[in-house]
Write a protein that binds this ligand. Structure first.
Ligand SMILES: [Fe+2]
Length: 368
């Protein structure tokens, strides 16, 4: 579908003072950067822009007392270096282009985000996340061949303004006390509340200098009900998470710089025979639905097309017709299409900005 068909979402009324500060962030920084922008080098050069260092520590689903997903036993990586400083700078420049402001959205889960801008407005960012070298790096960590979930999800941006330590010293003191008492859940306000992601895997990349910030971690809910706090990535570093299968939330950051910008890019398996339990629950209310629905439908139909081709080969080559195998495939395909039917909600029934973070359950017959 042509990019011109995007219907940009209007920024929503925001919920509180902190959110309002975030709302002003893009326009303020855009104004500041207007005079700083150099002639753009929009070409992504893997040799120059990738600085990949694999994480030395990875947690499995069993480490979190969760059962393996249908895709992987991988759960989450520690922060790993992915992009060079010059790549981060290019991505930041693309975010703060004046024409990107119209892609800002807001929801009950997150005060300020940019969505769907990369394909048309951010050629460097688009090339980066679709480059074979970056895909290979992410796939190496997941131990599974991954591709970007769809173009619309490239470089989703979460924006926030950390609470100032000077403005709210008590908050910082509270955070430090929490670390000692491990009571962070009750006393911290998340920037993105408890949820599972819509897509199987997600890479969160830090695009801000957050060395002097407190907080900003991701908290994972383990299978036994306890939680595990994961250190956030530093500038240019990333974290890979199997976010569709792990309930998690992002904590607000305190102190430090005036901005905290993370790029969130979602991935799915390249192999069409693996289950695809993607839902649109958390993204539908904050997306241009013409593009989101078109891209979702296109890749799902491509998966189905390849599975049908496999079936054509199987029934053509088999000497004996395997009734059970064909019936299993038919049942799975009915579920696959039913899943799509539930995701493509009539546009008039979608409440813009109201995200149900609980998502749709995984593991059901209809989700394959
Ligand atoms: Fe998430």
């Amino acid at each position: 579908m042509a990019a011109a068909s995007v219907v940009p979402l209007s920024p929503l009324p925001l919920l509180n003072h902190a959110a309002q500060s975030t709302s002003n962030l893009i326009s303020n920084l855009t104004t500041n950067l207007k005079t700083q922008l150099q002639p753009k080098d929009t070409t992504f050069d893997p040799k120059k822009h990738i600085a990949f260092t694999p994480p030395t520590n990875i947690l499995s689903m069993s480490d979190l007392k969760l059962k393996d997903s249908p895709l992987s036993s991988f759960a989450v990586s520690e922060p790993f270096r992915l992009f060079s400083p010059s790549a981060v700078q290019r991505m930041r420049e693309e975010i703060f282009q004046p024409q990107v402001q119209k892609y800002q959205v807001s929801s009950n889960l997150a005060a300020a985000q940019l969505r769907g801008y990369a394909k048309t407005e951010a050629p460097f960012t688009y090339q980066a996340w679709t480059s074979p070298e970056v895909l290979a790096a992410i796939s190496q960590i997941a131990n599974l061949d991954l591709v970007v979930a769809m173009d619309y999800e490239i470089g989703h941006i979460n924006l926030s303004s950390p609470v100032s330590a000077k403005q709210d010293g008590q908050v910082v003191a509270d955070i430090q006390a929490e670390k000692e008492k491990e009571e962070e859940e009750e006393a911290t306000k998340p920037i993105v509340d408890w949820h599972t992601d819509s897509y199987p895997f997600v890479v969160v990349t830090m695009l801000s200098d957050c060395t002097s910030m407190l907080g900003g971690e991701t908290v994972l809910r383990k299978g036994d009900g306890t939680t595990l706090k994961i250190r956030g990535p530093e500038m240019g570093y990333s974290v890979l998470l199997q976010g569709r299968y792990i309930v998690h939330k992002a904590l607000r950051a305190y102190g430090g710089s005036t901005e905290r910008i993370t790029a969130v890019t979602s991935f799915r398996p390249r192999n069409h025979s693996l289950p695809d339990e993607t839902v649109l629950t958390t993204v539908r209310p904050v997306s241009g639905l013409n593009l989101l629905y078109a891209q979702y439908t296109a890749y799902r139909f491509e998966i189905l097309q390849k599975r049908l081709q496999d079936q054509v080969r199987a029934v053509s080559q088999a000497g004996e017709f395997d009734v059970g195998a064909v019936k299993r495939f038919l049942s799975e395909s009915v579920g696959f299409l039913g899943m799509m039917d539930r995701q493509i909600v009539e546009m008039g029934l979608v409440t813009v900005g109201l995200v149900d973070g609980r998502g749709e359950g995984v593991g059901g017959r209809g989700s394959l």
